[in-house]
Design a protein around this ligand. Sequence first.
Ligand SMILES: Nc1ncnc2c1ncn2[C@@H]1O[C@H](COP(=O)(O)OP(=O)(O)OP(=O)(O)O)[C@@H](O)[C@H]1O
Length: 310
Amino acid sequence: MDPIIRIAGLSKTYDSGHQALKSVDLEIGRGEIFALLGPNGAGKTTLIGIVCGIVRPTEGKVTVDGHDIISGFRQTRGAIGLVPQELTTDAFETVWDTVSFSRGLFGKPRNPALIESLLKQLSLWDKRATKIKELSGGMKRRVMIAKALSHEPRILFLDEPSAGVDVELRRGMWDMVRQLRDQGVTIILTTHYIEEAQEMADRVGVISHGELILVEETQALMAKLGKRELTLKLAEPMTAIPPELAEWPLELRDDGNALLYAFDANAERTGIASLIKRLTDLGIGFKDLATRESSLEDIFVSLVHQEKAA
Ligand SMILES: Nc1ncnc2c1ncn2[C@@H]1O[C@H](COP(=O)(O)OP(=O)(O)OP(=O)(O)O)[C@@H](O)[C@H]1O
């Protein structure tokens, strides 16, 4: 991996005494899409804020494209586009003006052709003369993306890009993020929509209580921790799982109309054949049977749960 961002021993304690980050080490590869997952208050925004030079670290070192974020602030901030969680833009400005102005803030010469192509790519071209306050929430969010891209950054941070965005727009945004990656932009996103990470990210990092508890390639993580689930639709509903089935970790679902069995797909013996034989012996009939792979969401929930328990 050729890292574009290197984070080493990064800690942050706010003036309140709250430790939001605990010795985080992380490298982000050039041109990758990296998703940072974690429950509310885990420290994601703090981490992004530090890399972008908005929050001062308490300890540790961060470099962006070889430049230190503190001594080389101008170079590092210029390389980064940030789409914050909160919409921060002047409500009375037009789309065109606000995006053009953002470019100027980075000391870049005017480039109307670039602004035009950004607005077209983000389906904002026909809104270019509209005031921000007259836009829908999803449009405002796209304006924030256009602003963040206006100075042609090599790295884009998206903090909760899908919050409050409908499904169709979300898909459109994912396409745009992939296009940017194809153009060589490195993308780091935080998300609560695990599906978003599963769909887009090359790697995911899980942060909990300020600690980075896991960093892994998305596909490898799914393969390693992934479980499969077998659902048996019962011919007759059940009120309780019979004791004769105690050796399988079963759950009743769908008001007793279905039995769920989670198994390790990589194990030599899945236990399915013996379960079905036992059900037949007990005269328990089923109408249908289906298996499904667990999602990144299941994996994430169990990881954070395990960490809490520890
Ligand atoms: N300026 C601040 N002063 C004191 N504490 C802060 C400050 N900013 C954030 N915190 C605390 O630091 C912790 C991490 O916050 P942060 O915003 O980084 O979390 P997050 O993972 O981005 O959460 P969310 O998913 O809710 O955005 C939280 O407990 C938060 O209350």
